[in-house]
Design a protein around this ligand. Structure first.
Ligand code: GTP
Ligand code: SPV
Ligand code: MN
Length: 600
């Protein structure tokens, strides 16, 4: 018996009875376990092993074409009271939802193995870490969890006989009848998918999807939705943020946490290769930050994850060489092209591909067109790599330090082809909270069912706040009050502004270091700023553009603050804020009025 923990034993027995698997495997996180499951999945045809000389110990998977991203419309915060879930979440009464899901779970693991995965989010045994157990019938999930979380037999010891943990139940929702052949990627149809959270119980139930944040429950479900609700209750923060260390030519270190919506540049910024001399970035995390006030009054951040689940398309030697280096061994690729010579490929990888098998499993060549003459993409736009963070060449020596790193700068942002300038700074922390809370972004491929228009995505947390959005804003203001003059400086960026004919106005990627440099110099008081109605912007000549080929017209367009456009957007902001009702903090109203009067 691997554990004597009663809560764990009872829960596993109960789930086994309900789901009726063929057998139960208590996982230990070992290499032997990883290799055994990899070999089994290759033998059954569910995975492809890539060429060992080119990409040692790497696997490629293709998902079902219906199961390629998070499903926000099927994601629920089932708090006891509907008002506690707030307007940004879907809600179902927890009793009712458990009844519905219990019916779905009943017998759902027939013909399958049930795995019990012991994991820690955050360094094993550190006071800031949280222990979870994921029960799943997907060996693909077990393999990914090995990389993304700290899966280890040691977790049973840390848990002890009466320690607590966060139960995470997952099934692909596709039982196998006697003699039935499994599909390559079992899952359930959309109307049977549920990604459910019971925040008062710290409980997660996921059914019907095998993909990413729907299935790797330590990530969005635990480390953001459940953790954000805990953080609200306990006075800390769980945010959808990358964490990086930036060192300037004098050797001074700055720590930056940045919140951009899904597929809006966190992984890229976290591993940035600076294009300006003497400035160096090291990665601490690329997706999630847990932050607590330290004894010195500053805000300290840790990355609770152990790996990267990164967007593949667009990752190249030119855009993100450090991500590319992270996936040259021990990685998993989902929905990419397996090339004819058994390597991996995706669009804009920057290497030639003569052909292979596309994400749907069909023979594929670059430039292939469908019946309507539209180019067929080899990789799905939300195809992903899973790679151990330790393999990133610029991983920071403090990335596993349980004390975390002190945050100097918060960056908010989104994907906006117009209106929002490259960078502006908040007048103070409260204004920064207003900026973050009213951030808006254009849709990406990271979620299947998001309307194809601009949407408000407060602090990039719209899909991940485990409680009421108004309380979430209040919590941000309260953190600001607690941190006082030690609160991080707040900035807002937009790497994605385009010309009227659709060209990027800003080169982005490594050149984003120029913007980070300006932020650090602002914090140090080395540069000034121009005051605009929306915030503080670089003075002429103070944003380092040395060696960059950007025309004066493009630069002016990139930095333009069109007062009329901003004035016009006030009505949308007002409508968005109104949905928080009584829970909208007075400070948000005040900040809105201030902005309105500054815009005149
Ligand atoms: P999630 O993992 O979904 O949370 O995404 P993310 O925020 O980590 O986004 P990521 O860094 O993977 O970038 C998503 C897409 O944006 C990729 O296609 C990138 O190539 C592109 N991208 C990232 N940074 C920049 C940039 O500075 N400029 C431009 N034009 N594109 C960028
Ligand atoms: C995101 O969508 O923000 C991701 C990918 O990081 S997933 O893990 O699928 O949520
Ligand atoms: Mn993300």
């Amino acid at each position: 018996m691997v554990t004597k923990n009663k809560k764990l034993l009872d829960w596993v027995a109960e789930v086994e009875k309900m789901c009726n698997p063929n057998s139960v495997v208590w996982c230990d996180g070992s290499k032997e376990e990883y290799d055994r499951l990899s070999n089994e999945m290759v033998a059954s045809g569910m995975a492809v092993r890539l060429d060992e000389t080119k990409r040692p110990n790497c696997l490629a998977f293709n998902s079902d074409p219906s199961d390629v991203a998070r499903v926000e419309g099927r994601t629920y915060i089932a708090s006891l009271k509907e008002e506690d879930a707030g307007p940004l979440n879907n809600w179902i009464d927890p009793v009712e939802l458990k009844k519905t899901m219990t019916e779905l779970y009943t017998g759902c693991m027939k013909g399958r193995t049930m795995y019990v995965i012991p994991f820690s989010m955050g360094p094993l045994g550190s006071p800031i870490a949280k222990i979870g157990f994921e029960i799943t019938d997907s060996p693909y999930v077990v393999l990914n969890m090995h990389i993304m979380a700290r899966v280890s037999a040691k977790v049973y010891g840390i848990l002890g006989e009466d320690g607590d943990f966060i139960p995470c139940l997952h099934s692909v929702g596709s039982p196998l009848e006697e003699g039935q052949k499994d599909s390559r990627w079992p899952c359930a149809p959309i109307e049977k998918k549920y990604i459910a959270h019971f925040p008062e119980e710290n409980l997660i139930w996921s059914f019907g999807s095998g993909y990413g944040g729907n299935a790797l429950l330590g990530k969005k479900c635990l480390a953001l939705r459940i953790a954000s609700a805990m953080a609200y209750r306990e006075g800390w923060m769980a945010e959808h943020m990358l964490i990086l260390r930036l060192t300037n030519p004098e050797g001074k270190k700055f720590h930056i946490a940045a919140a951009f919506p899904s597929a809006c540049g966190k992984t890229n910024l976290a591993m940035l290769q600076s294009t300006i001399d003497g400035w160096k970035v090291e990665t601490i995390g690329d997706d999630i930050a847990w932050m607590k006030q330290g004894e010195d009054g500053r805000l300290y951040a840790i990355n609770p994850e152990n790996g990267f689940f990164g967007v593949a398309p667009g990752t190249s030697e030119a855009s993100n060489p450090m991500a590319l280096a992270s996936v040259n061994k021990n990685a998993i690729f989902t929905n990419c092209v397996v090339t004819d010579d058994n390597d991996i490929w995706w669009e804009e990888m920057g290497v030639e591909c003569t052909g292979g098998t596309d994400w749907k499993g069909n023979p594929w060549k670059p430039g292939m067109k469908d019946e309507d003459g539209k180019e067929i993409k080899g990789a799905h736009p939300n195809s992903r790599f899973t790679a151990p963070a330790s393999q990133c060449p610029v991983i920071c020596e403090d990335w596993e330090n349980p004390a975390g790193v002190p945050i100097d700068i918060f960056v908010f942002g989104g994907r906006r082809s117009n209106t929002i300038p490259l960078v502006h700074q908040a007048f103070d922390f409260s204004h920064g909270v207003y900026m973050g809370a009213t951030a808006a972004s254009e849709p990406t491929a990271a979620a299947l069912d998001v309307a194809q228009k601009l949407r408000f995505d407060p602090f990039a947390m719209k899909p991940f706040i485990g409680y009421h959005g108004g309380d979430y804003m209040k919590h941000w203001f309260e953190m600001g009050n607690k941190l006082g003059d030690k609160a991080p400086a707040c900035f807002y960026v937009n790497w994605f502004r385009k010309t009227s004919d659709g060209k990027w106005l800003w080169p982005g990627f490594g050149d984003n270091s120029r913007v980070l440099k300006w932020m650090c110099e602002r914090v140090e008081g080395k540069v000034g700023a121009i005051e605009t109605p929306i915030g503080l912007m670089p003075k002429e000549g103070e944003l380092d553009l040395s060696g960059l080929d950007i025309s004066a017209e493009d630069y002016a367009e990139l930095m333009k603050v069109d007062k009329e456009l901003f004035k016009a957007s006030l009505a949308e902001a007002e409508e968005y804020l109104a949905q928080f009702g009584d829970k909208l903090p007075d400070e948000m109203k005040k900040q809105f009025e201030n902005l309105k009067s500054r815009l005149g």
